[in-house]
Ligand binder design. Structure first.
Ligand code: GLY
Length: 352
């Protein structure tokens, strides 16, 4: 088992990565919190695959588990679904002596984590992420949220889990296109902080990648850990995790979250900004070409879609970016990044 502590004073917790750890979940929960009941928040796809099994595992340890399953997909990260979740938590009498387990991908983790943060002013919770992106990113660091019609993650909080249990076996039931999509985030970590991981990713075939996935997950989370521990509430260094996201979010939004998945949009964002920063001499020449090679290997796009001027306009309507300046993340070279503050007027020059 690989264990990684996230040191945040009284909010310190550990991430545990091990194939088959789900079968020990009841015992593991007992080690981190003496909970009475367990409410498992999941989605209907995950319920169909693992619902019975998880209830059995928790039952065996004497918890009275209750499963709350929402519809799969981003639409469930809504106030409406959140209210449904609260109601079920009330119906099964969850108190602050109990615990919430989020079992699923990013949507379930963000929604369930926000429910945990706010229900009864905060119920302890544990993240059990089942998708690659949730295992390497969203389950760690305490960002929990729901969306509004006006934008994603507009209502949220920082609420750290009591523990994160990562079982790479979940990835075996993940469709290849979802796995590849989430590889965009692995590639992001390599480019911002780990040249060695970039080299491994370039060399690996699919089998080698899957054989080494526990170490890959650990490496990604170890990078995230350094940013989260230094900047828990995302005022400075943690923004480096947003490499490719300024344009990526605009691409997702412009196409109404329909045409491009998150991973695809971020891939385009990473490549376009790197090409530009290379042209103006801020990034080592050849970095964009290497990024393009790796993205292509995982079937990810890199080229700016048509309507680029309209897409760039969407950067300005990002509800979370206020003020005259925005922070963009640039690469110095593979494995080294920095934040550049640019004036809003400079945005078109940077992205077109
Ligand atoms: N996913 C970026 C962050 O957690 O800050």
């Amino acid at each position: 088992m690989l264990t990684l502590p996230i040191s945040l004073n009284e909010r310190t917790y550990s991430i545990h990565i091990k194939r088959g750890i789900m079968s020990e979940l009841g015992k593991k929960i007992k080690k981190v919190f003496k909970a009475g009941k367990v409410a498992v928040i999941t989605d209907k796809n995950v319920r169909a695959l693992y619902g019975k099994e998880i209830l059995g595992i928790l039952d065996l340890e004497g918890f009275k588990p209750h499963l709350i399953a929402v519809e799969p997909g981003e639409k469930s990260k809504s106030i409406k679904t959140l209210v449904r979740v609260y109601r079920e938590l009330i119906n099964c009498n969850i108190t602050r002596s109990d615990i919430i387990v989020t079992l699923g991908g990013g949507v379930v983790g963000d929604l369930g984590g926000f429910a945990a943060a706010t229900f009864l002013r905060g119920v302890p919770y544990i993240q059990v992420p089942t998708s690659l992106i949730a295992q390497i990113d969203s389950s760690v660091g305490g960002k929990v949220a729901v969306d509004m019609m006006e934008g994603k993650n507009l209502i949220g909080s920082f609420y750290q889990p009591m523990a994160v249990f990562i079982d790479p076996n979940f990835l075996d039931t993940l469709e290849e296109r979802f796995f590849n999509d989430d590889m965009a985030a692995v590639i992001k970590y390599a480019f911002i902080k780990d040249r060695q991981m970039f080299e491994r990713l370039m060399e690996y075939n699919r089998e080698e990648l899957l054989d080494d996935i526990e170490n890959i997950i650990f490496t990604c989370l170890n990078i995230k850990k350094t940013f989260v521990e230094k900047d828990e509430r995302d005022f400075g260094l943690r923004k480096m995790l947003n490499f490719g996201h300024t344009l990526g979010h605009a691409v997702e939004k412009y196409f109404n979250y329909g045409k491009y998945s998150h991973g695809e949009a971020i891939s385009i964002g990473m490549y376009c900004i790197t090409q530009k920063s290379e042209q103006i001499g801020m990034t080592e020449v050849g970095t964009g070409q290497k990024l393009k090679q790796l993205l292509t290997k995982y079937g990810l796009p890199y080229e700016m879609p048509e309507n680029s001027a309209e897409i760039v306009k969407a950067i300005f309507v990002d509800k979370k970016s206020r003020g005259d300046k925005i922070d963009i993340v640039l690469l110095r070279s593979i494995g080294e990044c920095f934040i550049k503050k640019i004036h809003r007027e400079e945005v078109p020059a940077f992205f077109l």
